[in-house]
Write a protein that binds this ligand. Structure first.
Ligand SMILES: [Zn+2]
Length: 245
């Protein structure tokens, strides 16, 4: 292998560091996004709870109004009870009065249930609000930390990028273009070292990227020439492995 293939091998190692640095930066920023989403989902839960309380209160008001009108009805039944002229009439009014009273006590217990629900929901709201406050505090801390870290990572990435540019400068444009294209396809892994397996019959070779067999001719060519040979299966740029150089 000559300067082109050696250059590509070096470029691959810089590319690996560059990609690792960029991945680190993305992870560090993602932490902030994850926590922002947590706060948002808590806020949504709080809004939903508050809306629920609002609806329960409306229902409660409606029942209280109904209760009041039924109380008026009871007063009326009581008055008619006093003015009943016959036993039959008295008994009929008494039945109405008792039925209305029974209905009222049902409504009263319904109202009590609803008030209890409101109380529970309000306690839950307080709890969620407390969680939101805590999460927000945590978020601010994470944001500050990740900004500091991101700055450090960015500086490191810029340094590695400069190194990449320098190494790339020494590589002719055509092989460099191939490197770029294959790197894009394989998440940065453009160059694959040939792996060698030795047995009694001799050595067999395979692509370090996809593990498909590589001919001995290809290996010989790489040993004698400084030309790009690509894996016939995965198209990665082949270079000699440690056991061949
Ligand atoms: Zn391959």
């Amino acid at each position: 292998m000559g300067p082109v293939l050696n250059g590509l091998t070096r470029l691959q190692s810089v590319e690996n560091r560059l990609r690792a640095g960029k991945a680190q930066l993305t992870r560090c920023r993602r932490n902030v996004v994850i926590q922002e989403n947590q706060v948002r989902s808590l806020q949504n839960a709080l809004e939903a709870k508050k809306e629920e309380i609002q609806l329960t209160k409306i229902q409660c008001d409606r029942l209280e109004l109904e209760l009041k009108s039924r109380d008026d009805e009871i007063a009326k039944w009581r008055a008619s009870l006093n003015s009943a002229k016959t036993n039959k009439e008295y008994a009929a009014v008494l039945t109405q009065l008792n039925t209305t009273k029974a209905d009222n006590s049902k409504i009263e217990s319904q109202i009590l249930e609803l008030l209890k629900d409101i109380e529970t929901d309000e306690a839950e709201c307080e709890d969620i609000q407390k969680q939101i406050d805590e999460q927000k505090q945590q978020l601010e801390k994470t944001r500050t930390e990740s900004e500091t870290l991101a700055g450090k990572y960015e500086a490191e990435i810029n340094k590695v990028q400069a190194e990449w540019d320098e190494v790339a400068q020494a590589i002719p444009s055509e092989p460099l273009e191939i490197f770029r294209r294959v790197a894009e396809t394989y998440d940065g892994h453009a160059v694959a070292a040939i792996e060698q397996q030795d047995d009694r019959k001799g050595a067999t070779y395979s692509c370090g990227g996809c593990f498909m067999g590589i001919t001995a001719e290809s290996v010989n060519m790489l040993m004698s020439k400084d030309e790009i040979i690509r894996c016939p299966n995965c198209t990665r740029i082949l270079v000699l492995g440690d056991s061949q150089v």
